[in-house]
Design a protein. Structure first.
Length: 220
């Protein structure tokens, strides 16, 4: 494993990553407010235990080297992630309008499987999170400190496990806010519109920002 000072630097960078809003966090907030704590926590399950398992496995298998050799792979992920965010945001905005929209807000629950799937797809196509894992995290590996694959496995797992507390906390807090807003359905409708606009804006930003830069970005 890396020495103590290097490991502390890694934790500091990870802390910044966790507190910076991005696609993952915005989806959790939207589902927490609109659908409650359970659905938001299932989003987190998809992000951490499904997408996280895939990402850490690919990291250990050497995808970091592949992405370094073929930067266009991140561009493809960026476009896919942007399209998915725009789709989710537009869907939220559209659903919040129309006749009897307040009644539909109460009547269209998101299934548990759909929540897990949404979390998985959002995390797997979040280029900023992938950029951190595949290009920045390997900088903390010390080849002389032991097998590289074990160090990547440990560091990648730490990143995902810490996300349980950050995103899980956001899910619980947003669920509490959602419970409060359900007393005023009109406010809930405006919350969906606002969150939908944010998701569409994030998607458009990803589309217009060009290829992911080599410098690390911390948006989660």
């Amino acid at each position: 494993m890396p020495d103590a000072s290097t490991f502390l630097t890694f934790l500091a960078a990870l802390a910044i990553l966790e507190i910076t809003p991005g696609p993952d966090m915005m989806l959790v907030i939207a589902r927490g407010v609109g659908q409650g704590r359970k659905i938001a926590l299932l989003n987190v399950v998809g992000m951490i235990f499904v997408a996280g398992a895939v990402q850490v496995s690919l990291l250990v298998l050497g995808l970091a080297s592949l992405v370094a050799a073929y930067p266009s792979a991140l561009t493809v992920l960026q476009w896919a992630g942007a399209a998915y965010l725009i789709y989710l945001g537009a869907k939220m905005i559209r659903a919040s309008f129309g006749q009897q929209s307040e009644a539909r807000l109460k009547a269209r629950p998101v299934s548990g499987w759909k929540a897990v799937r949404e979390g998985t797809v959002t995390s797997l196509t979040n280029p900023k999170s992938l950029l951190f894992m595949f290009t920045f995290l390997p900088l903390f590996v010390d080849p002389e400190a032991g097998p590289v694959w074990i160090q990547l496995l440990v560091l990648g797992s730490i990143q995902k496990l810490i996300s349980i507390f950050s995103l899980g906390g956001v899910a619980l807090a947003s669920g509490t806010v959602g419970h409060f807003l359900h007393r005023w359905p009109r406010l809930l409708a405006w919350q969906e519109r606002f969150t939908g606009v944010i998701l569409v804006g994030l998607g458009l930003r990803l589309l217009l920002s060009g290829s992911p830069a080599p410098a690390i970005s911390t948006a989660k």
